[in-house]
Ligand binder design. Structure first.
Ligand code: SAH
Length: 569
């Protein structure tokens, strides 16, 4: 028996328990020396023979396996990551089958999983991408024409590129040609999970340059896509992030087998005839595919009053399949307040119309009527004013674009104004304003400080200086400083409290940024660059300074403005 074993991405303890067990028992280990971390060989028992397949041909590998098998030795063929991905294992298995030798496979953690773990990222963020493409550029092994990078790039899904680090120039061109934006986030992960791991955030537009500057040509994965921009804080790379939607899985109105939603037991359907029951069953199935739990009741089995009593609680969605009159009479005694009443929807037996009759917005009847209509192929009949008039929803707009609403009450008044007037102007500004406005995340704070400054003192200083300039702290997009400040706890804590990234830049990079800066000899002497805060602002991507360096009590601040992109459809 030959055991093919996935070694995992690098770190020796990322092999599976089964894989480690097989290594311990092996009399012969043939491992891919170019990519498998030699630390894994520590699992081998003494006297185990170890061979590096990097120096062998396929034929030699198979001959060694056959010999060992005939001697009755336990053989492990150790492959990097998971053997099923670019493992060249199938050809070995074929040769073994031909020789009548049995084999089995123990999977491993692939490097694309290892890389995501190091980054703290998720390839499948709702609203950005729900797919992951694993591929490579063609090299010595050619890639079928239909699988050209350009054609995959047209999906703009998350993509992990293996075996491509030596051809980033070509790769970048293909990615762009295929449809990724230049500023689509990308990251090069060199030797993920190895001690010498390097994480190099960049964008599709700077991919080749980043690989070149860092001398990366192999043992690296290239990850591309909007999901890649969302990762652990502190990894660096101030890239524009496209917002993602939160997963339905943890939404309060969504219950799974593991988690009963507290106030929300999902969707309750009731029908009264055979035809109605068939439609209800279709809806249940469709809703479940969309991730919503629902249950079915028959009005012929349970008294309607009892059913409504059981389900007319905040958060439940009630769907009546039948005539609107039945539904109206049934819920009428329970109706109280639009903030509490559940969404109630009526759908005709044929599934042609889904009509929300109660709590369209807060109770989500409109949303579910649309979902239901999609399933039945019918039409959602909405009667609420903002929907009917196709009006602008300021809260949704703010949410989609990462804008902060400073005052909910004013937001409501603003919405009412949209309804009553023919058009209103919406102010978007980082400045404190005395009319309703939304705050974009567009300020970069360049900060320097003496070692050991406490978070409270720093936060107070920053907030005060912003406020003196009339700027809102909700407009802060990032805090930037020099790399030598990367462990400065006060700054890290500030960034955490304000929920913004803390970006640091090497002195060399700060020296190179262009612009007019208030350089000082003293700072130059102590840090190697004439000014930290202003230059950090520029390095972090601000297009201009709105506040030049100010100092106080061992702390300095400069504020820069960066462009903000809004997504519209
Ligand atoms: N079977 C392996 C892939 C083998 S192909 C797996 O599942 O990961 C070899 C390619 O995998 C390398 O060129 C590189 O792109 C990628 N790779 C393997 N280990 C890696 C690691 N620790 N970090 C980054 N990339 C790695």
């Amino acid at each position: 028996m030959i055991h093919f074993v996935g070694a995992g991405p690098g770190a020796a303890d990322l092999i599976t328990v089964r894989g480690a067990e097989l290594l311990k028992q092996a009399d012969l280990i043939i491992y891919a020396g170019s990519l498998v971390n030699p630390d894994l060989l520590a699992y081998a028992k003494s006297g185990c023979e170890i061979q590096d397949s990097a120096k062998m041909t396929l034929e030699e590998v198979v001959t060694r396996m056959k010999d060992a098998e005939h001697k009755g030795s336990a053989v492990v063929r150790l492959h990097t990551g998971d053997p099923s991905i670019y493992g060249a294992v199938r050809e070995q298995m074929d040769a073994l089958e031909e020789a009548g030798i049995d084999y089995d496979v123990t999977p491993g953690v692939s490097s694309f999983s290892g890389a995501a773990a190091s980054l703290g990222m998720e390839y499948t963020l709702p609203g950005l991408s729900q797919s992951l493409i694993l591929t490579r550029v063609s090299g010595r092994t050619s890639v079928p024409d239909k699988e050209e990078i350009e054609s995959f790039a047209s999906h703009q899904a998350s993509m992990a590129l293996f075996l491509s680090a030596g051809q980033t120039e070509t790769l970048q061109k293909k990615l762009l040609k295929g449809g990724y934006r230049k500023d689509t986030p990308a990251v090069i992960v060199y030797k993920a999970t190895w001690p010498e791991e390097k994480i190099l955030p960049c964008t599709v537009g700077t991919l080749a340059e980043t690989a070149r500057e860092n001398g990366i040509r192999k043992t690296a994965l290239i990850l591309v896509g909007d999901t890649v921009g969302h990762h652990k804080k502190g990894i660096g790379g101030d890239r524009r992030q496209k917002a993602y939607k939160e997963s339905r899985l943890y939404a309060p109105d969504f219950s799974t087998g593991f988690r009963e939603a507290s106030q929300n037991a999902g969707v309750h359907l009731i029908s009264f005839t055979d035809k109605g029951e068939r439609l209800a069953a279709r809806l249940e199935e469709g809703l479940s595919q969309k991730g919503f739990d629902s249950d079915l009741s028959s009005g012929r089995e349970i008294p309607l009053f009892e059913w409504v009593t059981a389900h007319f609680k905040k958060g439940h969605i009630l769907i009546f399949i039948g005539a609107a009159g039945i539904a109206v009479r049934a819920v009428a005694p329970f109706v109280k307040d639009k903030r509490e009443d559940p969404g109630v929807i009526v759908i005709d037996e044929a599934g042609r119309f889904a009509v929300p009759i109660l709590s369209g917005h807060i109770g989500k009847a409109n949303e579910f009527a649309k979902e239901a209509a999609q399933i039945t192929g019918g039409t959602a009949v909405l009667t609420t004013a903002t929907d009917v008039n196709g009006l602008f929803a300021v809260d949704a707009f703010a949410e989609q674009n990462g804008l902060t609403i400073p005052d909910m009450k004013e937001a409501k008044e603003f919405s009412a104004k949209i309804l009553s007037e023919d058009g209103v102007s919406l102010l978007i500004t980082p400045r404190e304003a005395d009319r309703f406005h939304l705050i974009p995340k567009c300020l970069i704070l360049g900060v320097g400080c003496r070692r050991g400054k406490k978070k409270e003192e720093l936060a107070d200083f920053l907030e005060r200086k912003l406020s003196e300039k009339g700027l809102s702290r909700y407009a802060v997009a990032a805090i930037a400083s020099a790399e030598l400040k990367k462990d400065e706890e006060g700054l890290i804590a500030c960034a955490k409290e304000w929920d913004v990234p803390f970006l640091t830049f090497p002195v060399d990079e700060l020296k190179q940024v262009r612009g007019e800066f208030t350089d000082s000899d003293f700072v130059e002497e102590t840090t190697g660059v004439g000014n930290i805060c202003e230059r950090a602002v520029a390095a972090a991507g601000a297009s201009r300074l709105v506040l030049k360096k100010v100092s106080e009590n061992g702390m300095t601040l400069a504020v820069g403005l960066k462009e903000v992109e809004l997504y519209v459809r």
